[in-house]
Design a protein. Sequence first.
Lengths: 182, 127
Amino acid sequence: MNHDDMKALRAIFERCHIVISFNGPFSQTVIEELGEAIQRHLESQTQPRKRIADVFSVYIETTQNIRHYAETVGKDEADIARLNAGTVLIAREGEQYVVVSGNLVRREDIPALTSRLDAVIALDEAGLKAAYKDRLRTPLEDGASGAGLGFLQMARRASKPLSYSVSEGDEAYSFFNLTATI
Amino acid sequence: MVEHIKIVGTRSSPTVECNPETLVLHLAGDSYPENTFDFYKPITAWLEAVLDQDEDARVVTLNVELAYLNTGSIKSMMDMLDRLDEAHEDGRAVKVIWLCDSENERIIELAEELLEDVSLPYQIITD
C-alpha cells in the first residue's frame, strides 16, 4: 500500500461518512469488540437508545449470518476462510445510519439467497411481523445454526426496505452486499 | 435429581442459573453467543427435566433479565415459553417474570411480543 492508496481510501471514508469499518475474517471476538465500539460511538453522538439498539441488532444479525453461512456450507478450511471473511461498516447518512456488509457467497447459493431477501423486502410492517412470528414457531431443522430470522429482524429494525446487490466474483463465488438504513 | 446449572456470563452470553431447589430458571445480561443453540441446549433440557417431574406441585419460574437477544436467542426463548405454556395447559404451576429496564424500549417490546401468544401467567416488570 502506498501513500496515494491511503489517501484514496481516506477520501472514500470521508465521502461516504464511514464512522466504523472492518474488513477481514470474522470471529466472535471481533464481532463483540466491534459491536462495543459501535455502541460507544453512537452514545458519543448522543443517539437515542432505541437507535443504538437497532444499529447494534442489525450489525449482530448481519455478521453472525456471515459466520453461520461460512460454517454451514464451507467445504474445507480454505473455503470456510474465504466465506468467513467480509466487510462491515457503519456510515452516517443524513440523520440516519446505514449498516453495510459485504461477503462472498457461493454462486449456486445466490438464487436462494436473493429470493429469500426479495420476499422479505416485499413485506410491509404488518407482513414482517406476521412472517417473523410464523418463523419463530417453525421448528428448527437438525443442525441449524441460525433461526432463519436474521433478515426479518433486520428488516423490522430498518427505517426503509433492505437493499442488496450481487456482483461477479470469480468462477466459484459472487460478492454479496447488503444495506440496512436505521 | 435434576442438576443445578450455573453459568457465568460474558459480554455476549448471559449469566444463567437453573436451580432445582427453587425451580427457578434465571437469565441475565446480553445474549448473542457464537453458537446460540448449543448454548441454550442444556438450559432447555433442564427445563424439560423439571417439567417432566409430574408429581412436583411447586411453581416453575422463568425469571428473565436479558437486555439484548440475537434472533437465535429469541428463538430459544420462544421454544422455552412454548414448553412452559404446554405444561401450564396440562395443569402445571408455571410463571414468567421478565424484568426490563424502562429505558430499553426494544426489550419491553420483545417481551410483550413473545408473551402475547402464550396463555401462562406472566409479569413484565419495568424499572
